[in-house]
Design a protein around this ligand. Structure first.
Ligand SMILES: [Zn+2]
Length: 269
């Protein structure tokens, strides 16, 4: 394929693609503060870079990126843009329904805004799945690359959160010109054991709602949760390559092993 991004193709190219392949990737991210060392677009830049590398590996088309996500707590810092969750759900639904109308059967959503975007995206894709029978799934770095993340991470327990070691490492590797490693910081607050948010710390947990005031306090007015001082591009390269390998393997599995019969394919109106 010449152009992996759908928007860089002509409609005839998409028609030809659909004659042999029915899978498409959709990168989703967020425009939200990422402390002093990473740019606001980190989650979206990463989702797009991951999608591009998976596309090259598997010869798969990528839908235009969904740049903004659900990030109300990050409004504590300037520049963050948040969608209402129902807006994000609708964007996911309308985008997927448009693609399915044309004949795409398998949609892999690549979420760069780790974990936080999941509830609205899951609602959107569940509605689409139930209506159309299409196969939809989310590749989220916390889950699809958990094993490599655990292996590479050198932080103390509680150190995986926001703008931290793994996310910063991947950015230093992929988009170094937008990063300032010398401005990286460490913030690992002591928490009650049920309130631990680090996905790599095992144990029994509660899930709480966050708000701008407590989030600003918890992130020490810097915007970090974790330890970015341990980030480096070598770690980022290994983390990224493992992620691409996992997602590419799943794209191939979708192609060969997942059967779909579409129904109710309608234009979103
Ligand atoms: Zn992020």
């Amino acid at each position: 394929m010449k152009n992996y991004w759908l928007q860089e193709n002509k409609w005839k190219d998409v028609e030809e693609y659909l004659e042999k392949k029915k899978t498409i990737l959709i990168p989703l991210g967020s425009v939200e503060q990422h402390a002093m060392h990473l740019p606001l677009g980190t989650d979206s830049f990463l989702a797009q870079a991951i999608a591009e590398d998976v596309a090259k590996e598997t010869d798969t088309l990528i839908a235009p990126p969904i740049w903004t996500g659900w990030a109300p707590h990050h409004m504590a810092y300037k520049g963050t843009i948040t969608l209402k969750p129902e807006t994000l759900t609708s964007i996911v639904e309308d985008t997927c329904n448009s693609l399915i109308y044309h004949g795409f059967e398998k949609i892999i959503l690549i979420n760069g805004h780790r974990e936080a975007n999941l509830p609205p995206i899951k609602i959107g894709m569940t509605k689409v799945r139930n209506k159309t029978g299409a196969f939809l799934c989310i590749a989220d770095p916390f889950y699809i690359n958990a094993e490599k993340g655990k292996e590479l991470s050198e932080v103390e327990p509680g150190g995986i959160g926001h703008a931290e070691e793994l996310e910063a490492s991947q950015m230093y590797y992929l988009l170094p010109d937008l990063c300032e490693p010398e401005a990286s910081a460490k913030n690992i607050p002591k928490k009650h054991r049920f309130l631990e948010h680090d996905p790599f710390v095992p144990g029994d947990k509660m899930i709480t709602a966050s708000d701008v005031h407590t989030y600003k306090e918890a992130t020490k007015g810097i915007g970090i949760m974790g330890d970015a001082t341990l980030a480096n591009k070598e770690k980022g390269k290994e983390y990224h390559e493992a992620m691409i390998k996992n997602i590419a393997e799943f794209v191939s599995h979708c192609e060969t092993d997942i059967e779909v019969e579409l129904r109710n394919t309608e234009i979103p109106i």
